[in-house]
Design a protein around this ligand. Structure first.
Ligand SMILES: Nc1ncnc2c1ncn2[C@@H]1O[C@H](COP(=O)(O)OP(=O)(O)OP(=O)(O)O)[C@@H](O)[C@H]1O
Length: 279
């Protein structure tokens, strides 16, 4: 029998904002969310849910789970890219029915336009949304500074490394100043060392920009290292098997991975994988 949990971040945990999770207003409220896909041969696949969870503003929630359990589906539902089959999703108090202006997305592949420079790629959403371009250009340069690409604004994607391209994608996702950033395995294609650097960078950006982040990963250590909370999903249809509050300092260095506390979280999450026979 699958586990169904109504789970919220009720534990009193200090994070970067210095406030406790329970004292901050909710950024995302998910209630009994479900997704069933129709297949091309007339069948149905129940991909996800029911899931209920509340994410506080400024939280960093990482999502781990076995392959095909519905992690990407959950992210697409939360950002309004696909319709849900049941339940409700509220972002900053508003029901999500279509792509939400207050959400920025980063995918595994940076998907930059090769014929546009880094800064022009960052500016794309501003053009699509009809924002003031002079103001947006200033902001785009600030964002490139923030992601460590101050001197690369006029480079084309093929002149940038994989990690640099993903930084451009992060800057692009923030150009319209969304309060929530959704990231679907953004560093999955990078080598291990670049990935560690990007994790540190992302934590720095999160602390500086004060956004709420939802981050899908296949890596348990990455999920613990980045998250204020780790959602562990069960096999498909993905349901919350565990929701772990990561009580580690907001400012983290890679050394934290060798601490006892980190090991305890790792063991707890890994045990879920073992118990449920995750692939
Ligand atoms: N458009 C679709 N039509 C039909 N089934 C789909 C569709 N998209 C996803 N699925 C199915 O829904 C389930 C969840 O898929 P999803 O991509 O969300 O999983 P995931 O956890 O992100 O997988 P992975 O870790 O391998 O990337 C899978 O069984 C998949 O085959």
């Amino acid at each position: 029998m699958s586990i169904v949990r109504d789970t919220s971040f009720s534990q009193e945990t200090e994070n970067a904002a210095g406030a406790t999770a329970a004292s901050r207003p909710a950024a995302i409220v998910v209630d009994a969310l479900e997704k069933t896909y129709a297949t091309h041969d007339g069948g149905k696949v129940q991909a996800l849910g029911p899931i209920s969870v509340t994410v506080p503003q400024g939280g960093f929630m990482t999502i781990v789970g076995p392959s095909g359990c519905g992690k990407s589906t959950l992210l697409k539902l939360l950002s309004g890219l696909i319709p849900r089959s049941a339940g409700s999703i509220r972002v900053n108090g508003e029901e999500v029915r279509e792509p939400h202006r207050d959400i920025g997305m980063v995918f595994q592949s940076p998907v930059l336009l090769p014929w546009k420079t880094a800064i022009e790629n960052v500016l794309l959403p501003a053009r699509v949304l009809g924002l003031d371009m002079a103001t947006s250009r200033v902001r785009a340069q600030e964002l490139l500074d923030m992601v460590g690409l101050a001197d690369f604004a006029n480079r084309y994607p093929n002149e940038l490394s994989g990690g640099m391209q993903q930084r451009v994608a992060i800057a692009r996702s923030l150009i319209h100043d969304p309060s929530i950033l959704m990231m679907d395995e953004p560093f999955g294609a990078l080598d291990a060392m670049t990935r560690e650097v990007m994790n540190l960078e992302l934590l720095r950006i999160w602390r500086k920009a004060g956004k709420t982040v939802i981050f899908v990963t296949h890596s348990i250590p990455e999920a613990i290292f980045l998250g204020t909370h780790v959602m562990v999903l069960s096999n498909r249809p993905g349901r919350i098997a565990d929701l772990v509050t990561v009580d580690l300092p907001a400012e983290r260095s890679l050394d934290i991975m060798s601490t006892d506390a980190f090991g305890v979280y790792s063991k707890r999450i890994r045990s879920q994988f073992n118990t449920q026979g995750f692939i």
